[in-house]
Design a protein around this ligand. Sequence first.
Ligand code: KG4
Ligand code: ZN
Length: 344
Amino acid sequence: MSLILGIESSCDETAAALVTSDRRILAHRLAGQEAEHRPFGGVVPEIAARAHVEILPRLVEEALEEAQVRLNEVDAIAATAGPGLIGGVMVGLLTAKGLALASGKPLIALNHLEGHALSPMLSAPDLDFPYLLLLVSGGHCQLLLVEGVGRYRRLATTIDDAAGEAFDKTAKLLGLGYPGGPAVEAAAEAGDPRAVPLPRPLVGSDEPHFSFAGLKSAVLRARESGRYADPDIAASFQQAVVDCLVDRTARALDRAGSATALVVAGGVAANGAIRGALTALAESRGLPFIAPPLWLCTDNAAMIAWAGALRFEAGLVDGLDAPARARWPLDPDAETARGAGVKA
Ligand code: KG4
Ligand code: ZN
């Protein structure tokens, strides 16, 4: 049994956690920065990095206290080393390096996407490799076949915006504020999902990827036409996203014939319509559908500590010269997707 301290700071959540290799979460401390970024309608990297500097040391102390563990009792220190906003990544990684140096414990410089990919195992102990993961958040929109620790096949990614980004931009357009996903979902409740004709980019295409930029522009045109009520626009937009996610995920399941389960993670997984449609898709394929509790789906440090524990047990530790990376594909063999705004 090993005990890992995990640190996350790649976007706008600062977090520290202590997790054991037998899936016990001894402590998890998380501080969001929504209030700091709200006036700007999105995450401001410079503000995020400064906030991590101020908050992280206290969260680490609180996590150790909550778990009643001293630093020299942990087996390794894991931190997100990318991909993400580079200032924030550097704050977390350097904090971990300092702690590793002071305690003489090994450092594990983790790919944030690996944290997301392995996190469902924390809440679903029966989950077996390989499983298909749909990772949908503000920063990522990917389909990953998780074959084992350190073995990930990226079957699809977005060629422009992430799904959460599309929700956030639609919310901004409709004057619904930030973060946009929950606001769009609430507005959609009162709308008709068939009222506004909107495109489903790449649906039915042989290209495996996602695309949401065209949908966003179509929402803008629908709004500017003045012909539709906002709730109808919200509901029709949400339905278009659901259709894109389901079509692309079904295609990936066809390609990854061996998947034992369909798993969803990322903040967009909070959306009821999306969960419902994915549940139906998994059922139609005779697969279990696994959606971890929301706090584990969104950015957190428990997933970093857990992925760190699995890597530590596999003997995969890093030197203190491990770099911070703004971009870091989880599957280096994945074909590059077309488009300029390709996310990690
Ligand atoms: O995983 P997350 O907390 O952070 C990262 O982006 O890594 O995801 C946040 C994203 C935001 O874009 C937010 O608008 C979206 O998840 N989101 C939702 C919902 N709740 C959060 N999107 C659609 N429906 C929701 N209910
Ligand atoms: Zn994330």
